[in-house]
Design a protein around this ligand. Structure first.
Ligand code: CO
Length: 134
């Protein structure tokens, strides 16, 4: 069902500082910050060749990462994103096996313009997993 690791997301208190570290000290290929008001986050992508790191910063009220940043004020690993070919087939299988999907349980268009769902950490060894259809 799952394919490649699409990205690892790290929630950060200050995305400008985090992006500068990856660019200037770690020497990585770093995108400009993009505000995603529909998703309540600002994102920066770091291209590692085999996968990406997604930096996330809170944007506005009610951000889905606000709680996480409150609990982890210095930032931390927020989720991993795995690719699937067919998200609805994946959802059916997960439902059969009682793997909990967050929110409505239906795919939403994610920060990269593709359908995604998030699997609840309580069902996945304490790790929030994003499935993205590619
Ligand atoms: Co993500």
């Amino acid at each position: 069902m799952i394919g490649k690791l699409n990205h690892i997301a790290i929630a950060v208190p200050n995305i400008k500082e985090a992006a500068e570290q990856y660019k200037n000290i770690f020497g990585a290929k770093v995108s400009d910050p993009v505000e995603q008001p529909d998703h309540g986050v600002t994102t920066v992508f770091i291209d590692l060749g085999n996968t990406k790191i997604e930096l996330l910063e809170v944007l506005g009220e009610g951000s889905p990462i606000q709680n996480f940043i409150d609990k982890n004020p210095k930032g931390g690993m927020h989720h991993i994103c795995l690719e699937v070919n067919d998200i609805n087939t994946a959802i059916d299988k997960l439902n059969t096996h009682e793997v909990s999907i967050t929110g409505t349980g239906k795919p939403k268009i994610g920060a990269h313009g593709k359908p995604v769902v998030f699997l609840h950490p309580k069902s996945c060894n304490g790790t929030l997993i994003e499935l993205e259809e590619v």
